[in-house]
Design a protein around this ligand. Structure first.
Ligand code: C5P
Length: 228
């Protein structure tokens, strides 16, 4: 297990590719993240890879349903002992609380407004509050309900920190080292900027997993943020 506050996004179709990424990054990053694609394709096999690595398991399955169903789903995932498990904050406080009760050892992590949504898209689905304000409201509500971590964009992390205080783990995707491609992420910050803004853990995928030398790419980011 590494010490850099990075969660490597293990998003791939191939289990052999995932195995290689884990081998290349396990001594650098503190955390490995399994999202929906990898979980649905490789389930327990992928989780086993992370558990064997010694890194923290971040299970990013974004639960969103009625509280009773989320409680059941969270209880079913308890056997993997994830350090972090994501739920959608928009599911409401009762749903977030149900996940927290089902998994008391896990940092139930509330995902606020997805970084792929902007104010116009939110209006299209009937949410007329600006995205930034919605993020802060959802973070406060989820923390009140027992969430111990929040996912938000680096651009909102400062406001969320002021709202929820210092004990909550703030996790930010949308992180790109200077000079690398933003891919489909719209509003990005560099790792140093995101940490300086108040993030505790940076979710980084393609800038590392898409690099010609994965180990070197991860190490370069870890060194860049080390003094912070
Ligand atoms: O490759 P990249 O660094 O863009 O990967 C970002 C990861 O963070 C992906 O696994 C993506 O699903 C996840 N994520 C995100 N934006 C959010 C929540 C999660 O990019 N708002």
């Amino acid at each position: 297990m590494g010490t850099a506050p990075i969660a490597i996004a293990l998003d791939s179709r191939e289990i052999e590719v995932l195995r290689e990424w884990v081998a290349q990054t396990r001594e650098i990053a503190s955390t490995l993240k399994i999202g929906l694609e990898t979980f649905y394709r490789h389930g327990e096999q992928a989780i086993h890879l992370v558990r064997e690595s010694g890194c923290d398991l971040f299970l990013d399955v974004k639960l969103h349903d009625i509280p009773n169903t989320v409680a059941g789903a969270a209880a079913a995932l308890a056997r993997y002992s994830p350090k972090y498990l994501t739920v959608h904050a928009s599911g409401g406080p009762e749903m977030v609380r149900a996940a927290c009760v089902a998994l008391p050892e896990t940092f139930v992590t509330a995902v606020t407004v997805l970084t792929s949504l902007d104010d116009q898209t939110l209006r299209e689905v009937g949410i007329c509050t600006p995205a930034q304000e919605t993020v802060v409201r959802q973070a406060a509500s989820a923390v009140e309900a027992g969430a111990r971590a929040i996912v938000c964009s680096p651009h909102e992390v400062g406001r969320v920190r002021s709202e929820v205080g210092g004990d909550i783990v703030l996790i930010t995707p949308g992180v790109r080292p200077a000079g690398t491609s933003a891919d489909d992420q719209k509003r990005v910050m560099t790792p140093v900027q995101a940490l300086t803004a108040g993030a505790d853990l940076l979710v980084i995928g393609r800038p590392i997993t898409g690099a010609a030398n994965i180990y070197s790419a991860a190490l370069a980011i870890a060194r860049e943020i080390d003094p912070i």
